[in-house]
Design a protein around this ligand. Structure first.
Ligand code: ZN
Length: 389
């Protein structure tokens, strides 16, 4: 993997794999993410809008001007892509986009003529980030991917995703010699495509915390339920943790302390990948959770410490969702503050999140977490009994 440096020194603390080609991907406007309807006078831009990642670029440049550098990834190779996706599906996607794209069936996902190429660049960014981490190069790698990947299944697009960036990166790491890869998916939606890619495997562990949104149609058959734990050799290596609406900073910190950390420590991976979707943030139009900049800072800090302890620091962030463009900047700033152990004093905002305004229903969150922990203890005895049994 070669990449052209567009930024600063070789030993920057943060390396962002980013290419402007990913801005050319567009999904169709309509009634939010749905098709146009006569009862809505004005179509709006699809929630996966380019401003999401343009804002994150600004967040990095202004939050970490001395600590960061941007590298342009190469497109993922067909060999890398087809470790996860069926060749027939990849061929169909290329042709669909070459014909101009459009909405895919009855989904909320659409493409334009640039989507296939952008998706290959995004997958290439994830592969480069994982390779960076695995090879022990200095600085934290962050793949700023658009389109996102974690809903894309081996044979179909889903949930604004076309190629599964995290799964392709994990497969590439395994092909490069990693024995075990842990994927921590804190996006507010189920990492159903990643689950599907590794469901019968024990060389990739998936912990996905998400809304209990279930399955819908043939495009998204996975449920994200506690019962989906993997099959065959993969039994126990999928851990779904459904969370109730309103889960905030405290619930996610407990998720890490009581589930993610003991399980990942026990798994002892060679590499930790984070499917980092910041749509568990307060005010996200595709989520109902309340994680603030400070909460994301805690998640970033904890996953960095975890990777330092269990994988000699081999950690890569892979961008997934996050759909309120302004809040996505504050939330991602929090993640990066956490992983880099820096606090950015933002003029007018200090260290705060201006969009945090609701309290978390902690009893409900604890009850759901207790249930998840009790369920997963069957495969992970390391999970502690909750205080009330
Ligand atoms: Zn999401």
């Amino acid at each position: 993997m070669t990449a052209e440096s567009t930024g600063r020194s070789e030993d920057a603390d943060l390396t962002v794999y980013w290419h402007e080609r990913m801005l050319d991907h567009e999904q169709p406007a309509g009634a939010f993410k749905h098709p146009s309807t006569p009862i809505v006078a004005a179509d709006e831009t699809h929630p996966d809008r380019r401003e999401r990642v343009e804002n994150i670029v600004a967040t990095v440049e202004h939050g970490f001007p001395e600590e960061s550098r941007f590298l342009e990834p190469e497109r993922a190779t067909m060999e890398a892509i087809e470790r996860v996706h069926d060749a027939d599906y990849v061929d169909w996607l290329e042709e669909f986009c070459a014909d101009g794209g459009g909405r895919i069936g009855r989904t909320t996902t659409g493409a334009n003529e640039a989507t296939y190429d952008a998706a290959r660049v995004a997958a290439g960014a994830a592969v480069a980030a994982a390779d960076h981490a695995l090879s022990g190069r200095p600085g934290l790698p962050y793949a700023l991917c658009r389109p996102s990947g974690h809903h894309a299944q081996p044979t179909q697009a889903d949930g604004f995703c076309f190629l599964n960036n995290a799964a392709i990166a994990a497969e590439d790491a395994i092909a490069s010699g990693a024995d075990r890869v842990a994927i921590v998916d804190w996006d507010v939606h189920h990492g159903n495509g990643t689950q599907e890619a590794f469901y019968d495997r024990d060389d990739a562990l998936l912990v996905s915390a998400h809304h209990d949104h279930g399955s819908w149609s043939e495009y998204h058959p996975q449920e994200g339920s506690l019962a989906e734990v993997g099959e065959g050799d993969g039994t126990g290596y999928t851990l779904n943790v459904p969370l109730p609406p309103g889960t905030g900073d405290r619930g996610y910190e407990r998720l890490f302390e009581d589930v993610v950390e003991p399980v990942v420590r026990s798994y002892d991976p060679d590499l930790v990948l984070v499917s980092a979707g910041q749509d568990a943030g307060t005010v996200d139009p595709n989520g109902r959770n309340l994680v603030t900049r400070g909460g994301f800072r805690t998640l970033g800090s904890r996953v960095r410490t975890l990777a330092d302890d269990v994988a000699d620091g081999r950690l890569a962030l892979i961008q997934e969702g996050g759909y309120q463009p302004s809040h996505l900047s504050f939330a991602t700033l929090g993640v990066l503050e956490g992983v880099l152990d820096r606090l950015v004093d933002l003029e007018g905002y200090g260290h705060d999140d201006p969009m945090a305004w609701l309290d978390e229903p902690t009893e409900l969150v604890d009850a759901w977490l207790d249930e998840a922990i009790d369920h997963h203890r069957a495969h992970w005895p390391v999970l502690a009994e909750s205080d009330d049994g």
